[in-house]
Design a protein around this ligand. Sequence first.
Ligand code: NAI
Ligand code: MG
Length: 485
Amino acid sequence: MAKKNEKINWEYAPAPESTGHINLKEQYNLFIDGKWVKPNSGKYFDSINPANKEKLASVAHANEKDVDKAVKAARKAYDTVWSKMAPSERAKYIYRIARLMQERAREFAVIESLDAGKVIRESRDVDVPLACNHFFYYAGWADKLEYAFPNRKVSSLGVAGQIIPWNFPLLMAAWKIAPALATGNTVVLKPAETTSLTALKLAEIIEESGLPAGVVNIVTGFGDTGAAIVNHNDVDKIAFTGSTAVGKIIQKAIAGTHKKATLELGGKSANIILDDAPLDQAVEGIVNGIFFNQGHVCCAGSRLFVQESVADQVIEKLKHRMNSLIVGDPMDKNTDVGAINSKEQLDVINSYLKIGQAEGATMYQADCSLPKSGYYCRPTLFTDVAQSSRIVQEEIFGPVLTIQTFRTVDEVIQKANNTPYGLAAGVWTDKGSRIFNLTTKLRAGVVWANTYNKFDPTSPFGGYKESGFGREGGLHGLEAYVKLN
Ligand code: NAI
Ligand code: MG
């Protein structure tokens, strides 16, 4: 290991992933009723690569009329084909989608990295394989629902309206579509405006799979398109992942209607290092928890709590590790931290860096150069923060970590739970008993022990408090799409 504070020279030769094998059209229409149709408004918007601001493709902007057409197609497919089909037959289509995605995994990974700014290593090793696994996993449940809910009569809901964010574009589409189809529902899905391309590629696969027309419809656009889905009378269920602010708008909009909802919203998750933790592993986990995917992770471990006796040591190790992170071109296989998804999001993050400094916190940033064009942010940590600081209370959604210390376990439980959110938490300790004590007292949907940001289709995910309600993934994820009698 290098000596204290010594700057390591991690000069790797560039190892860019090739973009030669991807197939992107210049313009994408809407995927409605099994066909590619022009938007009613005639309007298109650009999807850009945030790593260099270059345009990748233009994408249709769906309005209310387009959404109505998509919902009608989904309703017809539900009534005439999908709800009547034998579950084992439905499963075959879902398996086919999973296999086609697997065959084209590299193309999906490259397009995801180009469109979202996320590093190719993660799109390739995390996003795309997990998205495939979600389809495989839920395909397996399609004809076994009576075992998922023993002694209950299980029926589907109808048309599901699904609205997803830009941080895990393909994976979120898989999380939403796979359980909906497995339980016999049809879908109208809207990807986020900055990251529509992998959802549109998924539509191509769906077309290739021969899935009956109208079972899955993909409409692209902005918040107005999402609102048109939410407010459509003939939608039976809304599944939303995104900001708490929009989650609240959606909840108000559907109050008093027949629509069911699951909302997966923001977070301000605590990562807790106890004094007996293996510190090098813990530091690696903290780095993964907040700098993974540029901190664009709803369950990012954005608040670090370190037991006082090891705090100096941890902070020093953390700074040392931050300085070896490679920030830059998402398409380079060596890159650790890629581009911020959009100018808007970079502005939000930068405004929080100013707020933190104005609040009197001490800011430390990784000592690295940033590419000249594109949207980037240095991995950043703040010490000398108060529990009431805005940077401790509010979601930043970028590579920004706050650090607080504590003396006793009771104190850290109180501090960790003192937030409007409750999505995830992490605990680092050598003792199983301390893990169990903390996991039962932390008000968070997921608690990782001696690891962080690990996902699996079999385990449920979701929040407490303002992080939303309902669970996605695993057996629990089926429940959001069925009626039980
Ligand atoms: P957002 O909540 O506005 O966008 C998420 C999705 O909702 C997008 O597809 C968007 O088009 C759609 N949408 C926007 N307004 C809508 C409305 N009124 N009705 C229906 N759908 C609507 O999130 P945004 O503006 O991209 O990010 C803002 C902040 O939200 C971020 O800084 C971050 O803190 C948080 N966020 C949390 C995410 C999570 O996974 N929990 C994901 C993305 C953002
Ligand atoms: Mg983009």
